[in-house]
Design a protein around this ligand. Sequence first.
Ligand code: NAD
Length: 474
Amino acid sequence: MQTPVTLISFQDLLAAIKAPGDSRDILDPATGEVVAAAPVHTTADLEAAVTAAEQAQPAWAGLSHVERSAYLNQAADAVEAAAEGLAELLSREQGKPLNGPNARFEVGACASWLRATASFELEPEVLVDDGGGRAELHYRPLGVVGAIGPWNWPMMISIWQLAPSLRMGNTVVMKPSEYTPLSVLALAAVLNQVLPADVLHVVSGGRDVGEALSAHPGIAKVMFTGSTATGKAIIRSSADTVKRLTLELGGNDAGIVLPDADPAAIAEDLFWGAFINTGQTCAALKRLYVHEDIYDGVVDALAGVAAAMPMGVGLDEANVLGPLQNKAQFRIVADLVQAAKDAGARIVTGGNPEENQPGYFYPATVVADIGNDNPLVAQEQFGPALPIIKYSTVDEAVEMANGLDVGLGASVWSADKDAALAVAARIEAGTVWINKHGNVDPRLPFGGAKQSGYGLEFGVEGLKQLGAPQVISY
Ligand code: NAD
């Protein structure tokens, strides 16, 4: 089943993406230059993709877990062979630099997630075996999975959606964000060098294609990662076909720094928790609550780290922060910081973008002395601007952290592990990290509380969500 891998360089990948029919230019958010043209698929293309995926599914489901896992491992090999080309394309389309926890890191994570997903064991669970009878819980493939993704981590999130889907014996139709279709098309072209025909399709269209996918009777489940507003639209459009849904939606993660933390020791980890991918990360730290005793120390240490981090064009090896991916996101961040300034908050560093530059660069910004009801705190900024709120008692900090209707991740920072664990238990979020933030792991189930979504990804728990549970009783 091994096929020779030929897609390796950036140019190979662009050639593989090229397709007849309508296309539109995708611009580099750092320079405004054209990266390449992306095909514009329609709902008719979606129909063809779903039909092909439906036809391919029984044979794929007929393979054993061991055989499908072997395919996932080969897919990981193909990603590794094409890693530099994929990272360059991702950097130019999404904006994230090659270095730091960015493009090369994302491509590496694609390969490691494929391998981890291949390695999970999923044996039938024996529920009853008492002499009177036996019952087992099995997980069967669902059929065709629709995967709809965002523009912030386009390759890695695609893998999070497709790897467990394929492993369970489903085939997949992906609908990438209209901002980053090239990254997903190129990734799929690399994977399709080793996967059987029609097991994985990409339909590169806009919202209309996403809507049609969510309503399509041939789609058994939708894996969706994106905003809470779109998640709600998908719940509605999938209702008539009672689709299974995994919804990984928006977050506005809180971090709570307890009074015994050492500001200098935690500043760099706090920075990356908040500013990874220039803040465009679902489970980034988006509002930081710091005890009044160490407030100034944390603000100054964090601002010092932020001011020193190089930001610029992604292909420059020195940079670790890039532009916002698109103009709309730039405006959201700029307007929220302006609103904070207008309300009297203190801009400790950043907050002064050069408006007449070609790229959507917004400097790493730390905002202090800000009220908890300020829009920069209450809304998801999804960019490089962190508000730091002062608190006096832990009860007050927990109440503010839990005060929003989202709860993806959260973190507690302290030198006292037991104190941190006690606070973690009171926070309404799908994951609570201690002395770190946002560190996802393919072995650990990940998902949101409240309006950050439902369903889990990763680990054996995530794998089970791509299967139809079936009890066999005899
Ligand atoms: P978005 O919701 O605007 O778009 C996501 C995808 O949905 C795109 O492919 C888009 O074309 C498609 N879409 C839009 N309208 C649709 C509809 N009515 N029906 C079906 N599909 C539709 O999100 P975005 O701006 O690309 O991503 C940013 C958001 O995603 C942030 O809120 C962020 O927190 C969230 N996010 C969450 C996670 C997580 O794991 N929870 C991860 C990454 C991003």
